[in-house]
Design a protein around this ligand. Sequence first.
Ligand code: ADP
Ligand code: GLC
Length: 486
Amino acid sequence: MNILFATAEVSPVAKTGGLGDVCGALPKALRALGHDIIVVMPYHRQAKEWFQRNGVELERVAHVPMVWDHWSADLTVLRTVLPGTDIPLICAANDALFDRDGIYAARAGGPDDSIERFAWFNRAVIRSCEIIGFSAEIIHAHDWHTALLPAYLDSGLRRSESFRFARAVYTIHNMNYQGVAAASKFDFFGLHSRYWAPDALEHFGDVNLMKGGILLADQVTTVSPNYAREVRTPEHGAGLDGVVRHIGDRFSGILNGIDTGEWNPATDEHLPANFEPGKMHGKTICKRMLAKELGLKYKAKTPLIGIVSRLVEQKGFQLVLPVLSDILRAGAQMIVLGHGDAYYEEKLEELAAVHGDALRVMIGFDNALAHRIYAGCDLLLMPSMYEPCGLNQMYALHYGTVPVVRMTGGLVDTVVPFDGTNRETATGFGFANAASGDLYTATWIAMLNFKDSRLWKTLQANGMALDFSWDRSARRYEEVYRRAHE
Ligand code: ADP
Ligand code: GLC
């Protein structure tokens, strides 16, 4: 099939989180199954810098004005390939909209214009596809940023040669970011007024792009089976649970995979030493070198706990902060790599100043360091309030680092908590309630069990033996694409 991927993030070119990882990896797995794919993303400053750093020259395919009722902005279509593949990667460029500090940054000193930027991007995806003459059978849109594509397809786009046979598949990576805006923004989309309705883009008087994506796509997916169940409930549906219930079996959950080309402890170039099941000495070197790199004293028998995360409420930092000192006092060292809310950044840095001997906090985004943390730590902490899938825990498991997680969303599908009796299958530690005390207890129990090196080796081996490769999930997406055409 001819598949068009439209996304705000693509790893390694520009990413803030797992959306980028998925959109950098799933196309490769689909290509390996014989499909023709193109990926279209905005030409973010981060992308521009990545290409420059890596000496990649983009082909300038076209420069066209894009005009509609309320908007006029030029589009430059740039073309390269998804790094390391023959998959065309199209960058839709408009510097006024996307040459910014952050992928989701507002115009410096200006109001939040993200709805307009991404509305432009949805149009740009369509124009780019027409310009390069790709005839899409599937438009695969991701998250709210590209949720207008199903609406455009529904509204007459099939008359365009490029979309004559197209069906829309929409993937929700995070139900809590919906692209909500005041009703007046509807005018920017250039859609017929019939889309201003509760069965399309209108939600209690506001524009809601994700709602439109869900209702107008032929098939809708999210990124783990358990999250697919959860978002059908008011607790997790963020106001759209009724909408996903309404579409019935057009909605399903497919577990993310990991890109084992980039994430493989046996070959990972970011590590000071490599390792694999049965040959774990390299992991000890990784721990030693990580401690050295960050100025912590190397202590073989002290559990080193890592966190790699966006610093936002979703990831449970409100649970971590009250007990972080207690965890350290109970005999752990800890490394936190993250960026996000200024409040969490400050609080973590304050704690780091107090616990200079046991805690390191690195504020920022550093992919190579992230690799070294997954490899060098004994435990990874991921106490998410909700988690559509979560890739961090999968990287940790793959690198022999035992996760301590809150049992929610995709964490339930990927981590088997140790309960004292299940050493044949257990891969981590878990707790259910969103309470600091329970997070502390689960971490403390994990630390106690760390002392039992035979058990620990079993937990590591169980995690490393799991197959998180994309192949199986790519086949599930194939089925969804087929269903979209039924
Ligand atoms: P989410 O997409 O909700 O942030 P995931 O677990 O799906 O969570 O994916 C997070 C991805 O982002 C992983 O690849 C992780 O390594 C990466 N990541 C998060 N924060 C950082 C950071 N500060 N530096 C480097 N990589 C990070
Ligand atoms: C989102 C979710 C995360 C998921 C990622 C990729 O950012 O928060 O759980 O793994 O998307 O699908």
